[in-house]
Design a protein around this ligand. Structure first.
Ligand code: SF4
Length: 188
């Protein structure tokens, strides 16, 4: 099958790509208007492109328009469950429409390698937008491969971000780190 694989970043690409490419013809689609700020978007893209170049992996980039993401999550910014579902629909939906227009057989996403993401919500969102676009969604759950993805990305010296993508997730991740630090300090 020809698969258009939505990828969020280089480290998350490693394991899903290898798995899918062992059986299919895979093109990578960087569709991530959720990533803020622009410098971070570029840094993640450059990390992914550097690896793709080394491995002769074909990559297409969707346009970067963070206003699209802002519109998608407007009114639900402070509800992470609904906000992230809308974000998944936006990014995988962009990939699905390209896949349908360019005659791919199926769409998949690297998001399911991350234990920090909600795989069930990703699958539900992806099935919805892929059905609307008229393209098959390949259901995956790569969470078991996350330790290997971490090991390989470290070995390759890849940039590894410490927040999901949007500015809200940057703030949330910062707060969680502060809370963990405070708990450790309280334990002595
Ligand atoms: S936390 Fe991640 S998945 Fe959720 S809205 Fe922000 S960028 Fe999207």
């Amino acid at each position: 099958m020809r698969i258009l694989l939505h990828a969020c970043c280089g480290p998350c690409l490693l394991e899903p790509f290898d798995d899918l490419a062992s059986e299919h013809d895979v093109t990578v689609c960087y569709a991530n208007p959720n990533i803020q700020p622009l410098a971070e978007y570029r840094r993640r893209l450059e990390t992914l492109l550097e690896y793709a170049d080394q491995q002769s992996i074909e990559v297409v980039e969707e346009s970067y328009d963070p206003v699209q993401w802002m519109r998608a999550v407007a009114g639900i910014e402070d509800d992470p469950e609904r906000r992230c579902a809308a974000c998944y629909r936006l990014r995988i939906g962009m990939t699905a429409r390209r896949a349908a227009a360019e005659g791919y057989d199926a769409v998949a996403t690297t998001l399911t390698v991350s234990p920090y993401q909600n795989v069930e919500a990703i699958t539900e969102a992806a099935e919805e937008v892929c059905a609307a676009a008229g393209v098959r969604f390949l259901v995956t759950d790569y969470r078991e491969r996350y330790p290997e993805a971490t090991r390989r990305s470290r070995e390759l010296g890849m940039y590894r971000q410490n927040y999901c993508g949007c500015l809200l997730s940057d703030i949330e991740a910062h707060r969680e780190r502060e809370e963990r630090r405070a708990r450790r300090a309280a334990r002595g």
